[in-house]
Design a protein around this ligand. Sequence first.
Ligand code: GRF
Length: 185
Amino acid sequence: MKLLAILASGSGSNAEKIMEYFQDSDKATIALVGSNKPEAFVLERAKKFDVPTFTFSRKEMDAGLLLEKLQQEKIDWVILAGFLLKIPVELTRAFPDRMVNIHPALLPKYGGKGMYGSHVHEAVKAAGDKETGITIHLVNENYDEGRIVFQASTPLSDSDTPESIAEKVHALEHKHFPEVIASLL
Ligand code: GRF
């Protein structure tokens, strides 16, 4: 049985889909949900699934507290599902090819600093792109540059707004992220 930790800073709709997917799995279990935001809704979602939670500040994470916790809990894989802090290099090194992130666009487009959440969808709209999508990638020391393991796209029309783009992207994320994680384990 592989032990997975999910890190998230916000709502956690992806985290919920992942917890749902692995609920009865004999392959993997979600052993921990971690967040840097004590008020993040993802923590409520974790409670619903009886998954233990862990909160920490950026300072504590940078000082090694999160890594310590992940090692203590014998976590095999770290899943980033809307986690907004930059991961310390010690942490990426501790999980070589065992840390995965989801990005709400077709990398290498719309990646890098400042490209998160609604900023991504606003940039896609401003550029007038005819499609957008999701990218699931391994995390290395340069955040959005780890090996891409999966991409899926969705067409856009002129009438799409940043909000409707976000909805389309979320639908793709919910559909694919759990299965892609399962295929990586
Ligand atoms: C997702 O769009 C994901 O791609 C991005 O952050 C968002 C998190 O959404 N990294 P949610 O909290 O899972 O609803």
